[in-house]
Ligand binder design. Sequence first.
Ligand SMILES: *Cc1c(COP(=O)(O)O)cnc(C)c1O
Length: 397
Amino acid sequence: MAGGGTGKRGLGTRLVGAGRKPEWTGPAVNPPVWRASTYLYEDTAAQEADRLPNADGLFHYGARGGPTQWALCDALTELEPGAAGTMLYPTGLAAPVMALLSVLKVGDELLISDNSYDPTRSFATRALKDYGILTRFFDPLDIAGFAAMIGDQSRAVLLESPGSLTMEVCDVPALAAAAKARGLAVLLDNTWAGPTGFQAIAHGVDLSILALTKHVGGHSDVMLGGVTATAEYYPRLRQRSLMLGQQASPDDAALALRGLRTMAVRLERSTTTALTIGTWLQQRDEVAAVLCPMLPGSSGHDLWQRDFTGGCGLLTVVMNGRDRAARDRLIDALDLFGIGYSWGGYESLALGVHPERDRSVMGWPADNFAVRLWIGLEDPADLTADLERGLAAWAQA
Ligand SMILES: *Cc1c(COP(=O)(O)O)cnc(C)c1O
């Protein structure tokens, strides 16, 4: 499961080679889809011998996965410097859920950055609460405030950078250092940048969480999650995930492996177009702000430049005004941007969002409506023309 010595190669090269092992693929370029619930042993002695090692790479039982899933796990582990292993889950949401369940127990306290993905927040405040684990939210831009709120019961911190919807970049190394000084496990939902855009473990994270549904899948046809962890945390993550029956299907793993090979070119294209469109939107009277740390001068840009090696085409446009009908006219007038939740595919999306509904301690200006855009692989000029149509509909009396 350990990452090999491929760290010096370029990103495209690493994405093409990651997780490809001749013993699993044979002469085929891609590992076959191994569908199996049952693996047969040669004799009773072989079955007995297999009981104790319980390690990956040994055929044992379908719930532990097979070569198709292991190839994806290895690929993701290779892409994350400092990682010991990766576990897969049937949705992106199951990834933060399982990461949290592997580090928390009754009586512990969890600290979550206030701009975290809404369903993760709900899992903590509703489900974890029922298991005797309490959650407090904090502003990830206030490092001293975070350090001061760590208490004796605090056991883990969950970060997300940039934050969902509002896109704040936080100082992950500084927050991780403060957390580790008090013995907390540091979890980061790294879905926005992915392992190629932000090396989570190298920046102090213990468990790096990915909704593989987004950039890795990349084609809006698979739900999948992954957690990549350090040697300290991987055994617990693996044990708890297997105990709770977590595994992804080989078909979904094969789709994710296919998506992974082209991820760099897709992200490059959607990032470049997003920068063009973001810059263009910043100059429009209808727009109050474009929330995207990749844009020079925007909030979080300095930290993004310091810590990240890439970005993606997800940005939030804050409109000038709070006219619900105008916002709906804007979105409905778009032809190339579909209305949908799960971004990261090849097609562009637009969605009206309400960050104020999912914040406990961070503010959100009450007099603005926001539209989240996912910039896909269409031609930039066509997307701009489409948005021009939408802005005309917004402005229409
Ligand atoms: C989409 C998303 C998830 C969940 O992924 P699903 O595959 O849709 O369950 C988790 N975290 C972040 C930051 C996301 O954007």
